[in-house]
Design a protein around this ligand. Structure first.
Ligand SMILES: NC(=O)c1ccc[n+]([C@@H]2O[C@H](COP(=O)([O-])OP(=O)(O)OC[C@H]3O[C@@H](n4cnc5c(N)ncnc54)[C@H](OP(=O)(O)O)[C@@H]3O)[C@@H](O)[C@H]2O)c1
Length: 331
């Protein structure tokens, strides 16, 4: 039997119940995984409380098991699976397509798995991979960050924020991060932010303009949404870009296109589900993220660790904004 978290109605963290379930047998193209580490993402909070975008909520089965990524070991191989064998260390970091990671055993499609190289820990995979393939899509495909860019990054001490900061700095950009409290400043700096703005005591628009000599930043990466989205347009330079990729604080207000015309700005809403839908693209991004972990660019998963039975606490830590870096369940 598999120890599995099940949600049968949306609500607070306590709607997540731990039950024993039969994980089933792998069908054609599938493997049975024994999981060792599971990533906890803000998206899991959105699905659990019903605040994911309506089109995503509409596709969610009910009851469901949350979770988008994990590391583990192959236990059984289904018909036609090549490239994997029993005992291989593997991971996955796919979006809603394969939701259901909060469990210790599960059946999973082999084509969305990757092998974990020696030197990369299971915890690092759970801490970095889903956010990593997201960030790869954002900074390599959606807006190609280049040396010399000024980047404004909201929630810079968060899980995605830490990875954007590390990777953009490594690429040669200057990262200006925002955080909500003084307590997160050192962490954001350690991830690669050249400047950190504390939003509880500073006006981030004014400060970002000052830090760029009045010109504005080349790009904003915004995963906060309601509180930061509209204001952020005022700190973007002429022909610069706004990449909205999340709404931790709530949905964004609609944008009048006229807002974009004065500085010729570009706006996009990034989704990893879109950028990683094609398996080859996803596998390419996963390889590059694993390489960046192995080379030390992204760290080895600086994260808070929880037990499966205590995952509600991880969700509370997200919702009260006390977490920094990634959150991981160790099995
Ligand atoms: N588009 C995609 O494909 C994709 C993929 C992965 C993640 N995401 C999104 O990226 C964002 C970051 O994800 P993550 O898992 O790494 O989470 P995270 O950044 O570790 O946590 C969310 C952060 O958002 C900030 N925040 C601002 N207002 C908040 C509020 N009202 N409630 C809670 N947090 C608030 C907090 O930082 P401060 O307190 O410092 O402001 C908090 O630490 C989320 O919006 C997530 O949905 C999108």
């Amino acid at each position: 039997m598999a120890r599995t978290i099940v949600v049968d109605h949306v609500g607070g963290p306590d709607v997540m119940k731990l039950v024993d379930m039969d994980p089933g047998k792998p069908g054609p193209g599938e493997v049975l995984l024994r999981q060792t580490a599971i990533g906890v993402n803000f998206a899991d909070v959105h699905y659990r409380r019903g605040t994911a975008p309506p089109h995503a909520m509409a596709k969610l089965p009910m009851p469901f098991t949350p979770g988008l990524e994990a590391a583990g070991v192959v236990e059984e191989i289904g018909l036609g699976v090549t490239g994997f064998k029993r005992g291989d260390r593997v991971g996955y970091a796919t979006a809603t397509l394969t939701i259901g990671a909060y469990t210790d055993m599960r059946v999973f499609p082999a084509d969305r798995l990757f092998k974990i190289p020696d030197g990369v820990s299971d915890i690092a995979v759970a801490a970095v991979m889903y956010r990593g393939v997201t960030v790869h899509g954002m900074i390599r495909s959606c807006y190609k960050v280049k040396p010399g860019d000024n980047v404004l990054l909201h929630a810079a001490a968060g899980g995605v924020g830490s990875i954007v900061a590390r990777w953009a700095k490594h690429t040669g950009a200057t990262v200006i991060g925002t955080v909500s409290s003084e307590a997160k400043v050192d962490y954001a700096r350690a991830q690669g932010c050249a400047h950190v703005i504390v939003t509880s005591r500073e006006d981030f628009v004014k400060r970002a303009k000052e830090l760029t000599n009045g010109i504005g930043v080349d790009v904003v990466f915004d995963g906060v949404g309601a509180d930061t989205f509209l204001k952020s347009f005022d700190c973007i330079r002429r022909y610069g870009m706004m990449v909205s990729f999340g709404q931790a604080a709530g949905m964004m207000d609609p944008v009048d296109p006229v807002l974009l015309q004065h500085n010729g700005l570009y706006l996009t809403k990034f989704s990893g589900s879109t950028y990683n839908e094609v398996t080859e693209d996803y596998q390419f991004r996963a390889r590059e993220v694993l390489e960046a972990i192995a080379q030390g660019v992204l760290g080895q998963g600086n994260c808070a660790v929880y037990e499966l039975e205590n995952v509600a606490q991880a969700h509370r830590d997200f919702e009260d904004r006390s977490s920094t870096g990634s959150l991981v369940i160790r099995l």
